[in-house]
Design a protein around this ligand. Sequence first.
Ligand code: FAD
Length: 388
Amino acid sequence: CQIDKDEPVGATCDVTFKEINEINRQIRSDLLALVHSDFFKYFKLDLYKQCPFWNDNDGYCVNRACAVDVVEEWDTLPAYWQPEVLGGLDNESFGGENIASDECAFLDQLCEGQKNGALSKPDVNYCDLEDFSNEKSVLVDLTANPERFTGYGGMQSTQIWSSIYKENCFSSEQAGTCLAKNAFYRLISGLHASIGTHLSNDHLNTETGAWEPNLELFMARVGNFPDRVANIYFNYAVIAKALWKIRPYLSHLDFCNAYHEDVKSMINSVITRLNSKIFNEDLLFKDQVTSTLKDDFRMRFKNVTKIMDCVHCDRCRLWGKVQTTGYATSLKILFEFDSEDEEGKQNVVDKLTKYELIALFNTFDRLSKSVEAITNFEKMYDSTVNSM
Ligand code: FAD
């Protein structure tokens, strides 16, 4: 991908691409097991929430033809390959009323003492938490609905991306704005590139019906743009550092009953392999930066999480929500942790809702899978070039 792997991932990261590849190789299987555990595989969202920013039917393409640019001649394909089916959610995977079943009951009762869920004042949240307490929301099994190619595309998705990038228009001229803008852009572009990697890696071959990596698509979306690849690694560093920061405070968290020790040891085996130099958040909002800039950053990121309610493809919306919530949670940890205040740090962790925690680890898994897929695409690329 025309990247020097021995170079640091960015000015705020004291770690190289090669080092991240190595860390990722070490943690990959434990992280995968963690996000497949009963505690981490469910996410809650309201699939019917009204888009808060514009009238859905006003100026936005909502019909199936919007997806035709990705796969040609959709109409000739079987019904189960249509975008609304590919992008739909597996009905079996909903919690709903059945969530009272033994398997998932712990999600609702988690955990004694009502540690989770209470929102602190003033607002320190970088995401919209409403879905997690909304009674219209449903629980979805993430492992039954993998993030992959859905056929969602055309004007609708492009306009959503454009609205997200527009959140980066900071007006302030104060010191530090440029750095904050750059970080905001890298976060969004890294998310966008990671989604592009997943939809290329788990892509529908309409001739054979197999789900498989599509090198050509990956190169067109991500591989031919070294900055997009670098932004995936940047995001990896951001989330990894947030996880590293909360490690000392996780021992207070209760993952309930039989799952408790298992989940804790899986978390530990992932986080102990991360290190503090992976990302230096102190360089981003330096001392001289006023809290207005940080507030602005937080509000803008919160808007990005709300824009997910405008995504028409259910599965894209689900994974968009999970990942924007995961980034928002990591930003909260990175920027609201006061290094001098041990009690305050414990407080931030105790007040994380279980869904923020679930989103944080699942977002890390998404990036980890992207990094693994990029390595695989590089090998495919090399063997294609060598066989020419
Ligand atoms: P888009 O990806 O829509 O990009 C629009 C423009 O943004 C491009 O022309 C380019 O100029 C620029 N751009 C592209 N990538 C980057 C980047 N990384 N950094 C900076 N600029 C960039 N599709 C699926 O198949 N599966 C999914 O799970 C899925 N999830 C989605 C989740 C969300 C929240 C959204 C908004 C879309 C999702 N999509 C998903 C759709 C997918 O992201 C693309 O929008 C779609 O495949 C059409 O791609 P495109 O090539 O037309 O350009």
